[in-house]
Design a protein around this ligand. Structure first.
Ligand code: ATP
Ligand code: MG
Length: 453
């Protein structure tokens, strides 16, 4: 299942474009989120630095200019802001004043140490540093007539809280706005590709000469699709002309030859000839007439829709078994059958009979004395299959690709015959939407299968 989905994504144009589209949208969202959070973080940090910078300067002013209760009250007012702490250190490093807002802890020993080491270097401007989630600004100040330190800390938790809040808002926007847009875009993409699939589907339907008259149609095609459509339809039109011309040529040739042959036959019958040579001449004329008849038949079948009716394949196969028995008597052939009951197809009965009987003729003609022929008919949920199997001379490998060509006669061909039998069978079967296939091994036998699905 997983493999199937992966295959569909990587092997179809729709899948690849969708993947590309989704990846781009994903990358845009991730880059957007990173950029926004980065910008937000930097701005907020700058603001905190600015805030503690001002606060520490104010605290220094208060410490240097006020004493006692008044000083303490003013400092307390200063930390009124959320998440703030102020510490004043006397010259000996002891805390003379320490006050904080309720949501921030008192300065720890560790932070105190950091304040003492970092602020001593600078005189006029505060030094900034972060220690245990608190951003400090510290600077020297005159405390108790000596050189002490004033430090203001601001909790960075507030910073994180604001960042999370902002991220939540952005995610909400992505979820409710960007994702629906991405999904809608994907649907639109699929819809745009539908005509291509339709073209492929219609082109697939052109399976044989009878469907060459079909033309590819697309509802509201784009310029590129119209080019493909026109090219394919042009090609179909040219192919149709070639095939119709060829069929007409065979029809004309066969018709032209038919009458003189009939005249020749009646003249031969009445000619003053010896019995033996008259018989030989008549056989030759009959063979030529048969070939012409086959050619006419083939030209009529190829590329023409058949008159369809419900035909019992069971009945046709049963009759063919009888035919095989009669034809195979001379060779002493054994006929076996495995014919499923009540199997029907939609076909022209006479044409189908003729096609399948050609296969039986071959199975008899190319069989060995006392060989056997098996006729099988099975219907399963998705297909119907006829198999005609013989234990005859088989077909050399190099002949296999040519078997269905008109007038092809194999290297094993017997004297009689014109090489049209299999071409006729193929034309009839394919005209009905079926498939014909041959497998054979030399000196062992041949199996021909006809499948309707
Ligand atoms: N069952 C078979 N066993 C062996 N060879 C076969 C078999 N069926 C067909 N062939 C080979 O395929 C060739 C083409 O067969 P096809 O039926 O088209 O023509 P044909 O039998 O020679 O003449 P006809 O037009 O009288 O049928 C044959 O000449 C033969 O070489
Ligand atoms: Mg034949």
């Amino acid at each position: 299942m997983k493999n199937k989905i992966r295959q569909k994504v990587t092997t179809t144009l729709a899948g690849r474009l969708s993947l590309w589209y989704m990846t781009s949208v994903g990358l845009i969202i991730v880059s957007f989120l990173t950029a926004v959070s980065g910008l937000f973080w930097v701005t907020l940090k700058d603001q905190i630095d600015h805030h503690v910078h001002i606060a520490v300067n104010e605290a220094r002013e208060i410490v240097q200019n006020y004493r006692g209760e008044e000083r303490d009250q003013l400092i307390k007012n200063l930390v009124g802001a959320r998440g703030m702490t102020v510490i004043v250190l006397s010259p000996d490093g002891a805390a003379t004043l320490e006050t904080n807002s309720p949501d921030i802890a008192l300065v720890t020993e560790h932070q105190l140490q950091k304040i003492l080491t970092s602020s001593s270097l600078y005189e006029s401007s505060p030094v900034h540093f972060t220690e245990s989630n608190i951003r400090f600004a510290a600077m020297p100040a005159t405390v108790n007539a000596g050189k002490g330190i004033v430090a203001v800390g601001y909790s960075t938790q507030v910073l994180y809280a604001s960042l999370y809040k902002m991220l939540l808002i952005v995610l909400g926007v992505v979820f409710f706005l960007v994702l629906p847009i991405a999904f809608w875009g994907y649907k639109l993409l699929k819809k745009q590709l539908e005509p291509l699939e339709s073209i492929a589907g219609q082109a697939k339907d052109v399976t044989d000469t009878s469907s060459l008259s079909k033309r590819i149609s697309i509802a509201s095609p784009t310029r590129e699709l119209r080019t493909i459509q026109e090219a394919l339809n042009g090609m179909l039109a040219r192919l149709e002309t070639i095939f119709t011309g060829e069929r007409q040529f065979f029809l004309d040739a066969a018709h032209t030859l038919k009458t003189p042959l009939a005249v020749l036959r009646s003249q031969t019958e009445n000619a003053n000839l010896g019995q033996k040579s008259r018989k030989a001449m008549l056989t030759t004329i009959d063979k030529a007439s048969d070939t012409i008849g086959d050619l006419l038949f083939l030209s009529r079948v190829s590329g023409r829709p058949q008159k369809l009716e419900i035909v019992s394949l069971t009945e046709i196969l049963t009759n063919l078994a009888e035919l095989a028995t009669t034809l195979g008597e001379d060779k002493g052939l054994k006929i076996s059958t495995d014919i499923q009951k009540n199997v029907n197809v939609s076909a022209d009965k006479k044409l189908l009979q003729r096609a399948l009987s050609n296969l039986v003729y071959n199975a008899v003609a190319y069989n060995l004395p006392h060989g056997s022929i098996g006729l099988k008919l099975v219907e399963q949920s998705h297909f119907i299959m006829v198999t005609i199997k013989d234990t005859g001379i088989g077909i050399p490998k190099h002949d296999l690709p040519q078997l269905f060509k008109r007038f092809f006669r194999g290297t094993n061909a017997e004297e009689k015959g014109s090489g049209l039998g299999l071409a006729i069978a193929k034309a009839v079967v394919e005209n009905l939407g079926g498939k014909i296939a041959i497998s054979s091994s030399l000196n062992k036998g041949t199996s021909v299968s006809v499948t309707f699905s």
